[in-house]
Structures are given as structure tokens and as C-alpha cells.
Design a protein around this ligand. Structure first.
Ligand code: M6R
Length: 357
């Protein structure tokens, strides 16, 4: 039930801090250490390469998950869109492990890949929000998102839950390989939950951004580098699916290779700047688009901010920034949709579970 909320999407955005805390609880043992079933960490540890397969928002979470697994657990990862992977499989490694990420656990494109790789004799782990779903039943292992039912077609809390669970999986696998990490993930996820709360309490700011930048625009670009780029892909998908504004996410460095030709007087460009090592280069990209007439909106993180920024996010661990930088993008998309009179929870032409290939 959406209770006093006007839309499920807004309720689900607001539930994100609580979902983070639930996940921290669900993946903790009695001593308060993070825990994932030993056969799952063994499967990750023993794989020579991991293939993450997913669609839409879940694919975007997979892109972030790749960074976690490679950085923390030191296992190489490829991320694939299920509908492409099914007929255009890369040359597989000798001991692959497949990870399917799916909120519903019913997505037909992902299931087609699962059926195929099972026939080939490979093992699969499904990360899903729905216990007993098809992808969960047919895989060898399951990790649950504990996000509660997600009703709005636009996925929000499932995305952040997927990223948190992938972080925990990477972290616990690293521990099982005796890889030393210089941060405490439980503590860092707690900081994330608090930061999400601050953002959920700043809704008017994001409503203002939506009304300042997006009410009449035909298109909107999201730019970022590194982890921010992946969140830009997700921010663009959110905006296009519920407001019907043509939106694209781009890697900052790619702009000059073509996309910058699309910038016109007043084109909104939302830039994420949460990564220290690319902070100055993404700001350089903002200057390039601004010089061509764009209307830039920089969302940065505390400690990396400058006077030109439109919103400064509370500081969280650098690897975990996607968990919080996505929240403003979800809220901006939500308000853009409302301002344009669109059906937020049930956008045209879309279904919550895509059960046809
Ligand atoms: O249930 P799944 O996670 O497998 O669904 C995958 C996509 O269909 C889904 O994420 C879709 O892109 C959402 N509408 C995005 O908001």
C-alpha cells in the first residue's frame, strides 16, 4: 500500500535508507560480521571470471558491481545485457560463474541466458528481490535483496539494494581470500543509509532542479566519469522512462568524440562529480558544454565541491557513491514526470516485469 504517498515511486525512493539497514541486518552473523553463505563466496572465489547478466536498471547495478568485485575480491568480471548475450556470447573462460541480477526474477531475456548456460553445465547465482522467482529457482544459488515489494515500474530501491548486496558479496569474498580492505563495510553502509535520509529530506531542492532545468526541454544529458558514469546511465533511464524526455548518459571523456555536437543553447546537462581522481576532468567537461550554451547542473560530493555546484551530497566512501548519487537523479526524474503530467508509476508502453523476450 502506498499509504499517504501520492505515488509508489516516491514511497520506494523514501524506503531506501530503511532497505540499506535491513540489508546490513540480513547479511550479518551473530558476532556482527558480514556473512554470505560459504558455498556462494566459494563459487565467486573459485571462478576465473564472472559474467554478470541483466537488463535495464539491474544491468546498471551490475556495472557498479563489477567495480566492487574486481576492486575488493580481485576476480575479473564482465557485465552483459541479457538480450545481446543470448545470441552473441563472448568466448567464455574456463571456470566461469554467472551472476543474474533481476529485481523480479522473472525477466525473460535473463532467463533465456540462464537456460542456455545451465545446458552448458555452468553454475549460476541469482540476485533478486523475489524469493521463489523463476531465476531464483533455476539458479544454483540465490542472494535476496530484502527491499520489499517494488510496485512502480521505474526501479529505485531495488537498484540501491542490488548495489549494496553486490558490495557485501565482494567484501565477504575478499575476506575469504584474506585480502585486507582498509574500511569496514558495515559502518560505511550505515553512513550511506544516513546520507540517503538527508537526501530524502531534501526533496524540495530536487523539485526545484526539475522545474528549473526540465519543464520544457526535449532532451537532457547526464555526464560523469568512472562510477559516476554508470550512475548517469541509470539517471538517464529513470528520466526517459517516466518523463519521456530524451535522456542519455555519457562518459565525460566521450563528449568530444561526437556527442558534444548535440549541445545547444539551454540544453540541460546534469554532471556528477563524486570521484576524486576525475574531479577536475569532469569539471573540464562541464566547462566545454557550458561554453557551447549548455545549462549545467553539477551534483558533487562534500569534500570535492566548488562554488559552481548546484547540490553537494553528504560524503560517503568513494566506492559507495552510486548508492547516494542516484537518489537525486531518481527524485529529479520523479518531479520532471509530475511537472509534465505523466503517469509516474505506470509509464506508457512499459511493464513492471518483462516476461517476453
Ligand atoms: O526485474 P528485472 O530487474 O530483471 O527488470 C529489468 C528491467 O526490466 C528493469 O530494471 C527496467 O529497466 C526498469 N523499468 C527500470 O526502471
Amino acid at each position: 500500500e502506498k499509504g499517504t504517498y501520492p505515488h509508489y515511486m516516491l514511497k520506494e525512493i523514501d524506503e531506501q535508507p530503511l532497505v540499506m539497514r535491513k540489508i546490513i541486518q540480513a547479511y550479518q552473523d551473530k558476532q556482527g560480521n558480514l556473512e554470505v553463505a560459504a558455498d556462494i563466496t566459494a563459487a565467486v572465489r573459485e571462478a576465473d571470471r564472472i559474467y554478470i547478466v541483466a537488463c535495464g536498471t539491474s544491468y546498471h547495478a551490475g556495472l557498479v558491481g563489477k567495480q566492487f568485485i574486481e576492486t575488493m575480491a580481485k576476480v575479473p568480471v564482465e557485465v552483459h545485457v541479457a538480450s545481446e548475450f543470448v545470441y552473441n556470447m563472448p568466448l567464455l573462460s574456463e571456470k566461469p560463474l554467472f551472476i543474474f541480477i533481476s529485481q523480479s526474477g522473472e525477466t525473460a531475456d535473463s532467463r533465456a541466458v540462464l537456460v542456455k548456460i545451465k545446458e552448458m553445465g555452468y553454475k549460476a547465482l541469482t540476485i533478486t528481490n523475489v524469493p521463489g522467482s523463476t531465476l531464483s529457482r533455476e539458479a544454483d544459488y540465490t542472494l535476496l535483496l530484502h527491499a520489499g515489494p517494488e510496485i512502480a515500474v521505474a526501479s529505485t530501491k531495488a537498484y540501491t539494494a542490488q548495489i549494496a548486496v553486490l558490495a557485501i558479496l565482494a567484501n565477504v569474498t575478499a575476506q575469504s581470500k584474506a585480502i585486507k580492505l582498509n574500511f569496514d563495510l558495515i559502518q560505511e553502509l550505515g553512513i550511506v543509509a544516513n546520507a540517503m535520509e538527508v537526501l530524502c529530506d531534501s526533496k524540495e531542492e530536487f523539485e526545484k532542479i526539475a522545474s528549473q532545468y526540465l519543464p520544457f526541454t526535449r532532451n537532457c544529458f547526464f555526464i560523469g566519469r568512472s562510477l559516476d558514469y554508470f550512475v548517469c546511465l541509470e539517471g538517464a533511464l529513470k528520466l526517459k522512462e517516466i518523463s519521456y524526455i530524451q535522456a542519455e548518459g555519457f562518459a565525460g571523456g566521450e563528449l568530444k568524440h561526437g556527442t558534444i555536437a548535440l549541445i545547444e543553447e539551454g540544453t540541460p546537462v546534469i554532471a556528477l562529480a563524486t570521484q576524486e581522481n576525475v574531479n577536475w576532468s569532469i569539471r573540464g567537461n562541464v566547462k566545454e558544454v557550458a561554453a557551447r550554451g549548455a545549462n549545467p547542473c553539477i551534483i558533487s560530493m562534500n569534500g570535492l565541491d566548488t562554488d559552481e555546484d548546484r547540490f553537494v551530497l553528504p560524503e560517503v566512501h568513494e566506492l559507495l557513491t552510486p548508492l547516494i548519487s542516484v537518489v537525486p537523479l531518481q527524485l529529479i526524474a520523479y518531479y520532471a514526470s509530475i511537472h509534465r503530467g505523466c503517469d509516474v508509476d505506470k509509464p506508457r508502453n512499459l511493464a513492471k516485469s518483462v516476461t517476453v523476450e
